[in-house]
Each structure stands twice: as C-alpha cells, then as structure tokens.
Design a binder for this molecule. Structure first.
Ligand code: 9MG
Length: 273
C-alpha cells in the first residue's frame, strides 16, 4: 500500500513513524514567539535525524481540557516553522481543524492535513479537496475541552468504524482520491481506558476500511493509568503501545519519542522481513 502525500509517495510496506512537533507554549517554555519557533525548529530537525518519516506540526494543543486558540495565533505559531522546514527530506503534516490554517499551510507547502475533526466542517473539506495533500481523518467524541467527562458507547469499535467509514465515503465523494486518505480511531479523544484498550485489541478491524490506519498513543493518559507514570515518564509504555498498534495493523504511529520508536520498529521489521 502507498499514500499519496503531496510530492511524496509513501511506501507502507514497513510501518512509518510520524514525529510530533507541537508549537505551543506548554511544549516549549514560553520565552517569547521567536524562542518558541527556534526551539520547535531545532526539535523538528532532531526528529528528522532520529528517523521520523513524517513530521506533524501543530499550533493548538488538543489535550483534554486544553483551551482553543484563535486562527491568527495558530498561524503565527506554525507558518514560520513551515517556511523554515520547506524542502525538508520528509513530508510535513499540519495538525489543525481550522480551514483557514489548512489553506495557509497548504500554500506553504505541507503534504498532509491531520484533522482531529475528520474534515467534518464543509470549509475544511473544501480547503483540502483540490490539493494533492494526504488527509488523516480521526474519530473523536465531543470536544477536547470536555470530551473525557463521560464518554459513552454501546460498542466502541463498531461505532468508531462506522464513523470512519462514513467520513471516508464523504471525503471520497468530494473528490479526494483513496490513496490520499488515512484513518485514525482517535485514542484518548472521548474514550475511557476500557474504550481505548478495546480499540487497541481490535485495531485490525479499522484496517478493513481499505485505507491505512494511523495510531496515536504516545504519552497519553491511558498509558499513565496503566503504568502509574506521569507524562514525562511514559516513553517505555509509549514504545510498547506503538509496537502493539503496528502488530495489529497500524501503518503509521504518531509519537513524541522518535528514536526509541524507530529502534523498536527496526526490531519488528527485522523479525517480519
Ligand atoms: C493532534 N493529535 C493528538 N493526538 C492525536 C492522535 O491520536 N491522532 C491524530 N491523528 N492526531 C492527534
């Protein structure tokens, strides 16, 4: 399987690692906009050296309870970084659900749009449809500010699968080629620990949608709940979770700890060659 990702054609015969670059004050100490941008650029370059196959760049935190930021603030955070990374050896993904940010990021040359809202906003779908960027359609229940309060599902795997199936159909109908589409069950987005574990156990079910599956488990609170570790000490659990996701069919894992994940997947690849 391949993904058409702007000027990149990504071969999925081995699992890919998407490195997370959050250009937000909670990720890089808030010593001002320039310092934040410089730190984010250094971090992005480091993730490329560590073997990231894709960089996912975001200017708004999607953590449970996180406050939203204005379009202008998000653009001011991400655009200088996208400009500085133009011509990078790996595809750049923009993590946003705002159509205006998608449009500007595509004009700045991004190769993928990662929308935790699955392009449900008509303006968001319109922003990507005539580009040649890949799109990641993620499931979530509720909104980041309140989504972890009381998520309810009768059958989490079936409901998430139905949602993703309908979003793939809608995006295809709007004119986005199948080779540009990736789906993501959205670990931690309006899901309890039991929901997340159920989805991880049955991750292969999402592969039946006929498009690659991306899994984002890195440092998430479900790993804190299992291990008792705070967010800065979840690297081992994150690598284990990434490996389990790949074993169950994920083509891309979205991670903070690129070097550790790349090494773990090298072992996985060596055994599976
Ligand atoms: C932005 N973001 C945070 N967590 C994520 C996840 O699990 N998947 C995707 N696609 N994006 C995420």
């Amino acid at each position: 399987m391949f993904i058409h990702c702007g000027s990149f054609h990504l071969d999925l015969s081995r699992p890919l690692v998407m490195g997370i670059v959050n250009v937000t004050p909670d990720s890089f100490s808030d010593g001002g906009r320039h310092l934040m941008r410089d730190a984010a650029l250094a971090h992005a370059q480091q993730l490329i050296l560590e073997g990231a196959d894709i960089l996912d760049i975001g200017g708004e935190s999607t953590r449970p309870g996180a406050a939203s930021v204005s379009v202008q603030e998000e653009l001011d955070r991400v655009l200088p970084l996208l400009e500085a990374l133009r011509g990078a050896p790996v595809p750049l993904s923009i993590d946003t659900c705002k159509a205006e940010v998608m449009r500007e990021a595509l004009a700045a040359g991004v190769h993928m749009v990662n929308d935790i809202d699955a392009l449900q906003q008509p303006a968001a779908l319109a922003a990507v449809v005539n580009s040649d960027a890949a799109v990641c359609l993620m499931h979530k229940q509720g909104i980041p500010q309140t989504m972890q309060r009381e998520p309810v599902y009768a059958d989490v795997v079936a409901e998430v699968q139905d949602f993703l199936r309908s979003r793939v159909a809608a995006v295809r109908a709007a004119g986005v080629a199948q080779e540009r589409i990736v789906v993501d069950p959205g670990f931690g987005f309006g899901k309890t620990l039991a929901h997340n574990l159920g989805m991880l156990r049955q991750l292969d079910e999402f592969c039946s949608l006929g498009v690659p599956v991306l899994a984002g488990l890195s440092r998430k609170s479900m790993l804190g709940a299992i291990t008792g570790q705070d967010v800065d000490h979840r690297i081992h659990a994150s690598v284990a979770a990434a490996l389990l996701a790949v074993q169950r069919g994920a083509s891309i894992v979205r991670v903070h700890d690129v070097r550790a994940t790349v090494d773990a997947l090298k072992v996985w690849n060596a055994v599976n060659e």
